[in-house]
Write a protein of this length. Structure first.
Length: 80
């Protein structure tokens, strides 16, 4: 029996880890600190595939949208 891969489901958004330069650019662009971002748990099945993920990293999430075709969200990784 084949194991179900959650990442292949059409409603699971694409998630990528930002580089240090991308993090700095994002925080500067919106004039915020990382604690102002929404959280995502390190145990979230949608980001478990990302290598070298640690608490404090910032994840870029691209979601499908009926009105904008694609929307981008950012989350900071927390324990859990």
């Amino acid at each position: 029996m084949t194991e179900f891969n959650i990442l292949k489901h059409r409603w699971v958004p694409e998630s990528t880890k930002l580089t240090d330069d991308e993090k700095s650019e994002l925080l500067k662009k919106y004039n915020i600190d990382r604690v102002k971002l929404a959280y995502i748990r390190i145990s979230d099945p949608g980001i478990k595939h990302i290598n070298d993920l640690k608490v404090g990293d910032i994840i870029k999430i691209k979601r499908m949208s009926y009105t904008a075709k694609e929307t981008i969200f950012y989350r900071v990784v927390v324990n859990g």
